[in-house]
Design a binder for this molecule. Sequence first.
Ligand SMILES: [Zn+2]
Ligand SMILES: [Zn+2]
Ligand SMILES: [Zn+2]
Ligand SMILES: [Zn+2]
Ligand SMILES: [Zn+2]
Ligand SMILES: [Zn+2]
Length: 305
Amino acid sequence: DVFQCSICLDVFTDPVTTPCEHNFCKTCLKKHWDNSQTCNCPYCKKTFKHRPDLKINTTLREITDYHKKNSPEKKPEVLCDFCEERKLKALKSCLVCQSSYCETHLEPHLRVAGLKKHKLINPVNNLEDYICQKHERPLELFCRDDQMCVCSMCAVKDHKNHNTVPLEEESEEKQTRLMNKQRDVQQMIQDRIKKIEDIRHSAKVRQLIVLVEQRNTEKEKAARVELFTDLIRSIERCQTELLKMMEEQQKAAEKHEEELIEELEQEIIELNMRNTELKLFSHTEDHLHLLQVPLETPGTGLRSV
Ligand SMILES: [Zn+2]
Ligand SMILES: [Zn+2]
Ligand SMILES: [Zn+2]
Ligand SMILES: [Zn+2]
Ligand SMILES: [Zn+2]
Ligand SMILES: [Zn+2]
């Protein structure tokens, strides 16, 4: 059984999975390891160097809990029809007597010749269902053609020439088929458990990716903000430098203008002096002296304004 712990043989309680992928109840496995020298898998005997850290397989627990809740109730016990005071559990039911017997009360059926021929089956409560309504005989055969249980009278009358086999034989075959079917179903359950785990795993991976992406986006945003801050800062710096340069140029221009004006004023003074000098000479009667006066004052490089 996929839901059965191989230690306690009961349905899992808080199942854990070993690294070799075998499941046990957490407490069963813990007890098993506490009581043994080595640490191995009770199922496949694989030995682990270190005691594996066992986490409860939540998927399997959910499924086993669901299974526990929904599994059919255990069959009601069949009690002996002949016990007087405290009725004991029946060991067999007799289809001929239509009664169930405990070990003590069954004894005559195993000893007395007439009773030995009675058809005994594993104890059941609904004995009337095991009797042919038409012939009032035990339904001990199975007609494969009609897929129904028949009595020995049916077999020679209504079901003559039909393929009839003992009930036990058909039941055994059916059981084999059911077991195969069950194995398939168990495999399907295992596949689905695996699938759920895969889905949970990929969901976790996806969450992780989202987280990493978020972090990356934040980083990118921060990087972009930093870039813009740098740009703004360098533009501001450029602007300041440019303004400073313009101011300096302005100052230099102003200084140059002042100097030029000063120079020109100086020249005006010099020119006035020259003018006065020339005016004086132009009215002189001393011709000899006049001819000795140079027209240009040497060293006075007047600019053309
Ligand atoms: Zn167990
Ligand atoms: Zn194992
Ligand atoms: Zn009894
Ligand atoms: Zn009987
Ligand atoms: Zn019959
Ligand atoms: Zn038939």
